[in-house]
Structure formats: C-alpha cells, structure tokens
Design a protein around this ligand. Structure first.
Ligand SMILES: [Zn+2]
Length: 134
C-alpha cells in the first residue's frame, strides 16, 4: 500500500483543497463559476469557457475504472520502495478523471476495465490525505 506523496504535497499547491478534502473523506474538485464545468487537477482557467472564476465542490465517491497499469520504474523517488505498484485511471461524476492507487494491491489479479469502484481515503499527515479506490 502506498504511503502517500508527502514530499510532493504543499499548502502552496493549487490542489491543496483536494488533499485537505481527502483527509476528511471527501473528493473535492473545482467547478467553473461561469459554466459549471468540473475540473481536476486545479487550474487557473476553465478549459471550456476560459473563465477564471471557480469554487471547490464535493463530488460523489463512486466511479468506474477506465484504465490501469503496473509501474515497475520509480518516476517519483517517493515511490522507489513501493515498486511494483498499480495505478488506476477512474472516471467520476462530471467526467472527472483521477489517477489513484487501489486501496490494496490484489496480488496477481488485475483490475477490471469498466468495473465500479468506490473511493477510500488514506491519511498522509494531519492535513492531507489521498484518494484510493476499491
Ligand atoms: Zn467554464
């Protein structure tokens, strides 16, 4: 099981609100203040209408697996001792797509494309958490 990304998480990062939500068991994403398009990761502009207005909203915690892969190379030094590990691409409400780890590695079994998954939340520290899926 992944221990999180403490070296990559910062209170100055635009995604801070998302990680704080995960610490409280919620998935938070940005919603455009003009057209209501949802987006994540955080961005200063809406990709649909260009508005800079946005708020953070909570979305549902159930999604479906679009893709997955096993990582055998450490692209982040924080993950070097976790190899090999699995990453899922999960589509949630409003078309939000999250890359996340499964809540538990399932040995030799493989995630099923199209299967329904539910978020679980793993604390990283007192302030931040990670979204994972089972
Ligand atoms: Zn917009």
């Amino acid at each position: 099981m992944m221990a999180g990304l403490p070296g990559l998480m910062s209170a100055d990062d635009a995604n801070c609100v998302h990680w704080e939500g995960a610490r409280m068991g919620r998935i938070r994403v940005q919603r455009c203040g003009r057209c209501a398009q949802l987006r994540f990761p955080a961005a200063p502009l809406c990709s649909k209408c260009g508005s800079q207005a946005s708020t953070w909203v909570e979305i549902g915690t159930t999604g479906r697996v679009l893709a997955w892969c096993h990582f055998h190379r450490a692209y982040f030094s924080e993950f070097k001792d976790k190899l090999p590990y699995t990453v899922l691409l999960v589509e949630l409400e409003g078309g939000i797509r999250l890359y996340a780890n499964p809540a538990a590695e399932a040995g030799d079994s493989m995630p099923v494309i199209g299967s329904t998954v539910t978020a679980v939340f793993e604390p990283v520290n007192e302030r931040f958490g990670l979204v994972k899926f089972r």
